[in-house]
Design a protein around this ligand. Structure first.
Ligand code: ATP
Ligand code: MG
Length: 348
């Protein structure tokens, strides 16, 4: 957004016109009085009548000049603004107002127009976000729902052998988990964005919390034969445990998901300059610079080979939580070599 310029000459010009009109009016009235007084040989009635008509005429002239000034300086921009607000009120957010002045000479009306342009652009943006969100959610709902539908149909068949029955039921369960994760994540994100979920802080042993998170993924780590390396400093800090849980769970689950069998996973927490620095690293597929720019966007999934596992909401949630907690998150990665997510929390 541009910084607002200081109000310049335009309103000053308005005062100047007003001042000169009054000055010319008074001077002309005095001049007429002098001339009439000299020519009328002291006839006071003639002087009074002439002066009356002269002043009526000059006042009319003055009013005319003021009407013109208002038409150009006030009515024109006000009408422009009024038409724009009417279009916005009717739902047309494509409205853009152009000022007749250069930026340095902006007056209050130009600033109102500029603010209206910003408002309309923001409304347009949130309208696009809303419709994108709806189409993303519908898309994410469709895939697991069609899996459930087709596998439930298979389960319904007569004479199914035990092995197939188990396989189909497992697939249905997987799809329902995906659906419930989606709904849970959307609700959490929504609450965070609307500030309905305020952090409840308490003293936390960060190292113990991270150990607990890693332990929760033990089965998955073993199933993929990942080499796990943990390096935890003893760190106590005041923060919101349920918020931090979202962060660690998403980062560790991503590290596991995007790393091939036999890869390495490293989780560490260190004290640095009075902060707690948590790093979650993997030797997985890595993130390209282009993907890296969008990983925190809602529903963005860079790696299409894993798109069936998740909805692309994990890192959007992580970013939101870190923002609310006043921390920092960054990622460094090399395609094909692995990634490191670094979180800095104040007061370690
Ligand atoms: N450790 C990682 N290694 C490689 N790519 C990653 C890693 N973490 C995230 N990404 C990329 O960032 C994208 C967004 O991650 P995010 O956690 O938001 O979504 P997701 O894991 O695909 O789905 P969800 O988190 O909803 O289950 C991923 O799809 C992937 O492309
Ligand atoms: Mg994820």
């Amino acid at each position: 957004m541009k910084t607002q310029p200081k109000k310049k000459t335009y309103s000053f010009l308005g005062y100047l016109i007003f001042f000169f009109t009054i000055a010319v009016l008074v001077t002309t009235a005095v001049a007429i009085f002098v001339v009439v007084n000299r020519e009328s040989d002291g006839n006071t009635t003639l002087i009074a009548v002439t002066m009356f008509f002269a002043i009526v005429f000059l006042s009319l002239l003055c009013t005319l000049i003021d009407v013109l000034r208002r038409k150009i300086m006030i009515d024109a921009p006000v009408r422009k603004i009024l038409e724009a607000t009417e279009r916005i009120a009717a739902g047309d957010f494509s409205v853009r107002l152009e000022s007749d002045h250069s930026y340095e000479k902006y007056d209050d009306y130009d600033l109102i127009m500029e603010n209206l342009n910003i408002m309309a652009a923001e409304l347009k943006k949130s309208e696009i976000l809303k419709s994108d969100f709806v189409s993303n959610v519908s898309h994410e709902l469709k895939t697991p729902l069609s899996i459930i539908q087709s596998y439930a149909t298979l389960l319904n068949k007569e004479g199914l052998d035990e092995q197939s029955r188990k396989k189909y039921a497992q697939t249905v369960l997987g799809a329902t988990k995906r659906l419930s994760d989606l709904v849970t994540n959307i609700l959490k994100l929504n609450k965070l964005e609307n500030q309905q979920l305020s952090p409840e802080t308490e003293e936390i042993r960060l190292d113990e919390m991270l150990a607990q998170t890693v332990l929760g993924f033990e089965d998955l780590i073993e199933a993929k034969s990942l080499e796990l390396d943990c390096d935890f400093d003893e760190i106590t800090l005041v923060s919101c445990p349920s918020y931090l849980e979202i962060v660690w769970n998403n980062l560790v689950s991503n590290a596991i998901k995007f790393t091939e069998r036999g890869g390495k996973l490293r989780v560490s927490v260190k004290k640095e300059n009075g902060n707690a620095v948590v790093k979650v690293s993997d030797t997985g597929c890595g993130i390209s610079p282009e993907t890296g720019r969008r990983i925190f966007d809602k529903f963005y999934q860079g790696d299409t080979s894993h798109s069936s596992e998740g909805n692309g909401l994990g890192l959007a949630l992580v970013k939101k939580v870190i923002d609310v907690l006043g921390g920092e998150i960054s990622v460094s990665s090399e395609l094909g070599k692995g990634s490191t997510f670094t979180i800095v929390l104040k007061g370690g």
